[in-house]
Design a binder for this molecule. Structure first.
Ligand code: ATP
Length: 412
């Protein structure tokens, strides 16, 4: 069943409001095995709503519209849908009585303008709105289904859960949506895609999307299953993708990188201390987001200035002068120093140029060194991270956690 969502409301075409209803509707449809193929945001202009709905009816079996059911002149969803379907729109006496009763129960007389909310499209089934004044509607039209829903999320959500989903379940007849997710670090989006695309494009029945966030990449795989279908092809695709991406895949269970790193430290009975220059606390903050992190995380030193690097992590001043504060040498010295200062098994450090100023041709903005030391072995990684200051700091945090994971994977 092809499903489509149309969010009606001019406010969502401004920079101030986003359409969150469609995310909720998509989640609920997916749970019932229905994929959403298209979603649109359209302003409160009847002609635009009509043209979007006309196209939707040509390509989708289930069309859900949210918003535009209020009492004012700019609430046009009812009239637009009635026009497209060629059905009458008229006041329903039962709905009008219920609306008046709703106002009366709160001690108000219903304003005349609200009578519009008692308008019903010919042949529509009313979806009761227990949390607002605008009822929803369920309409069957030549084998397709059109659903009108109120805009406010607190009204839409219960209507979806209690009244719409039971109907969708009957329509989707035991269908399910099977999903798998691969979380990847240490590779760029294009590196991931160049390795993964030849494999996933050979499985057109599985929808694969690649999503890049600062510092990590997510590959999402989903497949619509009919009753009795198994997930063998989905699992086999996951297996082949892991084969080519190797240990860049840090989770297939939706865990964060800090959680995976924390589990590795705990399994190996290791403790960690961090020395942070350019990220100034972001690595420690991420690590301690995980409940129970006190079992392996001892603490961190924010060594932003050169003086702090020397005073708190025993980096020789001469080394900072000769190699520069942003260098492999200073990163390694910081990792060794913080490990000694906090008596941890592993010291992790980061130093870099977050910008926008401070870069040079030799050491550009975005240059970051991460070092890891366990006393016996020290390693460092260098990367030039593109983006603005905050993006660089966020990606650098992932880069450090990713380096730490790699360090532990490489240990015998
Ligand atoms: P009402 O009876 O309250 O007027 P309505 O069905 O006419 O309901 P709208 O007037 O379109 O709904 O929207 C009311 C409010 O609901 C908006 O100001 C906005 O805050 C919220 N809203 C509408 N559509 C969405 C959406 N797609 N996602 C999130 N919030 C929404």
């Amino acid at each position: 069943m092809r499903s489509e969502i149309i969010a009606v409301g001019s406010e969502m075409l401004t920079p101030d409001h986003i359409d969150t209803n469609s995310l909720f509707i998509t989640e609920k449809l997916n749970e019932r095995g229905c994929m959403v193929h298209i979603k649109t945001v359209v302003g409160d202009i009847e002609g635009d709503i009509i043209s979007i709905l006309e196209s939707a009816l040509k390509r989708s079996d289930l069309i859900l519209l949210s918003g535009g059911l209020g009492p004012t002149e700019d609430d046009l969803t009812r009239s637009a849908v009635a026009k497209v379907l060629g059905r009458a729109l008229g006041i329903d006496s039962g709905l009008l009585a219920a609306l008046k009763e709703r106002f009366a129960s709160r001690g108000y007389k219903m304003p005349g303008i609200n009578a519009r909310q008692a308008e019903l499209i010919e042949g529509a089934e009313v979806l009761e709105n227990r949390f607002g004044t605008a009822p929803g509607m369920w309409i069957e039209d030549r084998g397709r289904f059109i659903v009108l829903l109120p805009g406010p999320p607190r009204e839409l959500k219960p209507m979806i859960e209690n009244l719409v989903m039971p109907k969708v379940e009957r329509l989707s007849k035991g269908k399910q949506l099977a999903k798998r997710t691969l979380h990847i670090t240490g590779m760029t989006e294009s590196e991931v895609d160049s390795k993964a695309a030849p494999i996933y494009t050979a499985c057109p029945s599985i929808q694969t999307t690649i999503l890049a966030s600062p510092g990590h990449i997510t590959l999402r795989l989903q497949k619509q299953l009919d009753e009795g279908d198994g997930c063998e092809d989905l699992d086999s695709l996951v297996g082949r993708l892991i084969e080519v991406l190797g240990n860049a895949v840090f989770s297939t269970a939706g865990e964060s990188l800090e959680k995976v790193v924390g589990r590795m430290l705990e399994e190996r009975r290791l403790t960690l201390a961090v020395a942070e220059s350019c990220t100034s606390g972001m690595i420690g903050s991420r690590i301690t987001r995980v409940p129970g992190s006190s079992r392996y995380f001892l603490g961190g030193i924010l060594c932003y200035s050169n003086e702090a690097k020397s005073a708190l992590c025993a980096v020789p001043e001469a080394l900072i002068v000769s190699a520069g504060a942003v260098s492999a040498e200073v990163a390694e010295s910081l990792a060794v120093g913080v490990r000694a200062a906090l008596k941890s098994s592993i010291g992790l450090s980061i130093t870099g140029i977050a910008g926008p100023d401070g870069g040079s041709e030799e050491k550009p903005v975005g240059l970051v060194y991460v070092a890891i030391s366990n006393g016996a072995r020290s390693v460092h990684h260098r990367r030039i991270i593109p983006g603005d200051r905050e993006t660089i700091r966020e990606r650098a945090t992932y880069f450090a956690l990713s380096g730490l994971r790699r360090f532990m994977l490489d240990e015998p």
